[in-house]
Structure formats: structure tokens, C-alpha cells
Design a protein around this ligand. Structure first.
Ligand SMILES: [Fe+2]
Ligand SMILES: [Fe+2]
Length: 471
């Protein structure tokens, strides 16, 4: 493991900075939100004279603050009967500490376009689920902190992410921590993300007004004072749209990512993707194991296997841009919804393209829904353009999807899935990759002949095991 395709070492800040665009998609924020939040938070840290070691922890906490965000997308969509990305976006703009405002927000947000009666029913279910919501917030925070730990970042990073949604007055989530009980890093995250949102939408004065209004409520008053002092630094505020992080990473503590570390980052973001929907909670992981097995059987070398591993783990990163209302819909998608789904490989490719160490994966990962006869998406590429790794990934992706349950059908067993796929070979799916898949499954069936689900269990166990070994 670990023989990846990228350069031997790349600056970690550049990798995480680029991958944070995937988190922006999940939160429904404009591209670059996490990067600009990082710049604002680091400018605050400078104003406060925070020490270098703490600043590095803070730097990565600011970039990864939403790493757990996909963990509550599905529930948010179900609870509010709304596009989770829209709900997440607007929830950051409303002052939850004022109950009347929160009530109005909920009334406006739930079940848009439906009757007053069904909105009332939805509202009632939300009231009943306050505790569930709180536990979901906790899941989001814990998941984000866990990802920071998986990436080997300092304890200060995980602690800041975990307490991101706590408020100075004790009315935040999930623990209701108050004032200095909240780690300083988390207080900075909370202020910086709000300031970024209002600064991007309405300019600096509006952002400062919101910060002042919520000072002592959401925000630490001392941090708000420090923020006001940065008002004079016009050059800084002008530099925000360019999103250049290089000035803000503490120089003596710069981290680099080698091949093994890039593998860990791919693992971590596969986890973010899989947490998005209960219907795909192991999809990236299992697709990776299946694709690797096929590629190994086809005689790919170690470097190519390393590339396949990362491409498979990250192939659906663009799905973070799709609402769970669509991903988890228990019925046929409308034309418009399907058009959105068909765009996810484009998001995957554009995120990977801009990420140092992963840019070489963009074409393979972005082509997993292309088919040999040109009937796939997003480009309708055909056999002349589809490389062996692209063909392998397509076969692995289809097999994994068919053998997992979907909101509109139960999981197929191995034989059923192979039967469905066989009718697409060789017109749409590659013959060699498919034969290799059959061989892989037969091999495993020999090992565990009890039932075809044993294959899945074996694959799952292997995936878990290999992930643990790597971690
Ligand atoms: Fe996909
Ligand atoms: Fe997929």
C-alpha cells in the first residue's frame, strides 16, 4: 500500500485546502468558504497573539471544520423535508439564540411549497425530535474531530472542531458549553465562519454588524473586539477572494504529505462521502476493495494499484454536492433531479484536479459513469477514450451499487448483480474487467461457500481490516 502516483511530497495545507472545497459543497456554501474562513481565523489569531503551535492546530481546524458535516445531511433532509444543503446554508445565517427568529426560520424552511397543514405536521415532528437533533449535531462534531485524528492532526484541532457549534452564552450545540469552557480554537471557528458568510454576501460592514450583534451571545466578546481592530487592515480584507492560504500557515510548522499520508487523506474523504447517505454508507470503501481486486487480477503494477485505490475511494466525492432529498429519494427521479445527479462526476473531477497529489486521478475518477458505447455520463466518452483503470472502476462501481440496498429496491445478491451486468458486457461494460470480477468473486466463494452475502461480508471485513491497518 502507499505506492501512489503523485509527487513524493506536497504541502499538506495545499491538499487539505483544495479538498475543503468538497466540504463547502456539502454545506451548501460557495466554493472557497472554508479557505476564506481559515484566512479570517488566522488573521484573528495574529491579532490575538496566539502562539505558533496553537496556530497550526487552529489552521487545520479552520479548514476541516465541516469534515463531519455529511454525517447529518440525510437526517436534516428527512427532518425538514427540504434540501439539506439549503437548510444548512440558511441555518448559519439565522440567530438561533433568539427563539422567535428560530421559529420563523423553521416555519420558512420546512417542507417548502407544501400546505400549511403538512408544514405543521413537519414542525411537530421536529419539536419531538429535539433530542435527536442534538445527538445528530453531536454526531457531526464527533465525526469531524475523528477525521482530524485520523489525519494525525493535533488534539487542539480535534477539540476545536468538536466544539464548533457551541455558543458563548451556553445556547449552542451539542453540549451547551459556556464562555471559557469552549476551547479558544472553537470560539475562533464559530466567529470566523459567520464573518466569512456575511462578508462574502454583504461586505465587511455587514459582517462586523452581525458579529457585534451576536457578541456575548454566539461569540466571545474579546474575539469580536479583535475582529473590529482588523477593520483597518484593508489589504487583508481585499485579499480574501483570492483565497491564498500560503501566507497563513505557520511557517516553522509546515507539514508535508507523502504517499502514505495522501492515502490517509483519501480514506478520510471517502468516509465523508460515505457518511452522506445511509444508502451508500460503505460505497467508496467497498468499490475500492472490488476495483483493487479486479485491477490486481488484471496484472496492474503497484503504482497503478495505488492510483486505482485513491481514484476509487474518491470517485463519488462530487456526490457531496447533491441534496439527500435526491440521493435518498424512494421514487423515480425527475428530469431536473437526474440532471443534477449526472453532474456529480464533474464535481469529483474539478475537486481532484485542483488538489496537489490527487490531480492525476481526476480523469479516472470522473469517468466512472461513462460507458463503452458512449451512453454514459457526463461526457458520453466511448471505448476509444476509456482507459483500463476507467473500465475497472466502472465495473466495480456498478457491482457495489447493485449489491447494496437503495431506497427504491433491496440489495441484489451476487448472482443477480452479475446477471444484470452480464447483459451490458461487452457493449457498455468491459469484458476483461467483468471476467476478472467474476473470478474475484468465485475465488472468495471458494473460501466462504455458504452464501453470496458471505462475499460481501468478506469484502467488508477486508476493507475494515485494511483501513485499521493503515490507520
Ligand atoms: Fe457516482
Ligand atoms: Fe459510485
Amino acid at each position: 500500500m502507499g505506492a501512489g502516483p503523485g509527487p513524493r511530497e506536497v504541502p499538506l495545507s495545499k491538499v487539505i485546502g483544495a479538498m475543503s472545497y468538497a466540504l463547502d459543497l456539502t454545506e451548501g456554501e460557495p466554493p472557497g468558504h472554508a479557505v476564506r474562513t481559515c484566512m479570517i481565523g488566522m488573521r484573528l489569531a495574529q491579532e490575538l497573539g496566539i502562539g505558533e503551535a496553537d496556530r497550526r492546530d487552529l489552521f487545520y481546524a479552520l479548514l476541516l471544520k465541516d469534515a463531519g458535516c455529511s454525517a447529518n445531511s440525510a437526517r436534516m433532509a428527512a427532518l425538514f423535508a427540504v434540501d439539506d444543503r439549503r437548510a444548512k446554508r440558511s441555518s448559519k445565517r439565522v440567530d438561533w439564540s433568539r427563539s422567535f427568529t428560530a421559529f420563523l426560520w423553521t416555519l420558512r424552511t420546512v417542507a417548502p411549497g407544501s400546505s400549511l397543514r403538512s408544514r405543521a405536521v413537519q414542525l411537530m415532528s421536529i419539536r419531538e425530535e429535539t433530542e435527536i437533533t442534538r445527538s445528530l449535531m453531536r454526531a457531526r462534531c464527533d465525526r469531524g474531530a475523528e477525521i482530524a485524528r485520523l489525519l494525525g492532526l493535533g488534539p487542539g484541532t480535534a477539540a476545536a472542531i468538536r466544539a464548533l457549534d457551541e455558543h458563548w452564552d451556553g445556547h449552542g450545540q451539542p453540549e451547551g458549553l459556556r464562555a471559557e469552557e469552549i476551547p479558544l480554537g472553537a470560539r475562533i471557528l464559530c466567529l470566523a465562519q459567520t464573518v466569512e458568510i456575511f462578508h462574502a454576501a454583504r461586505g465587511l460592514d455587514a459582517a462586523l454588524r452581525v458579529a457585534s450583534r451576536r457578541s456575548g451571545g454566539w461569540f466571545d466578546p474579546q474575539l469580536v473586539s479583535a475582529l473590529r481592530r482588523t477593520r483597518r487592515d484593508a489589504a487583508f480584507w481585499r485579499s480574501l477572494p483570492a483565497g491564498d492560504l500560503s501566507l497563513w500557515e505557520p511557517p516553522e510548522r509546515r507539514l508535508t504529505a507523502d504517499d502514505a499520508y495522501l492515502d490517509r487523506i483519501a480514506d478520510a474523504f471517502a468516509g465523508v462521502v460515505d457518511a452522506k447517505s445511509p444508502w451508500t454508507y460503505r460505497h467508496s470503501d467497498r468499490t475500492c476493495m472490488i476495483a483493487m481486486s479486479i485491477a490486481a487480477l488484471l496484472g496492474r503494477n503497484e503504482r497503478e494499484l495505488g492510483e486505482m485505490r485513491r481514484a476509487a475511494l474518491l470517485h463519488d466525492v462530487g456526490k457531496l454536492a447533491i441534496s439527500n432529498q435526491i440521493l435518498d429519494k424512494p421514487a423515480r427521479l425527475t428530469e431536473d433531479e437526474y440532471a443534477l445527479v449526472r453532474r456529480h462526476p464533474l464535481h469529483t473531477a474539478s475537486i481532484l484536479e485542483r488538489t496537489p497529489g490527487f490531480s492525476g486521478l481526476a480523469q479516472v475518477a470522473g469517468a466512472h459513469h461513462e460507458r463503452l458505447d458512449g451512453s454514459g455520463y457526463p461526457y458520453g466518452l466511448d471505448s476509444g477514450a476509456l482507459t483500463v483503470p476507467m473500465r475497472v472502476l466502472a465495473v466495480a462501481d456498478v457491482y457495489e451499487a447493485l449489491t447494496s440496498p437503495r431506497p427504491y429496491r433491496p440489495a441484489m445478491n451476487s448472482e443477480q448483480a452479475l446477471g444484470v451486468m452480464r447483459s451490458d458486457v461487452p457493449r457498455r461494460l468491459d469484458r476483461d474487467a467483468f471476467s476478472a470480477l467474476e473470478a474475484v468473486l468465485e475465488e472468495r466463494l471458494d473460501e466462504a461457500p455458504a452464501a453470496s452475502t458471505a462475499v460481501d461480508d468478506a469484502l467488508r471485513a477486508e476493507a475494515v481490516l485494511s483501513r485499521r491497518l493503515r490507520g
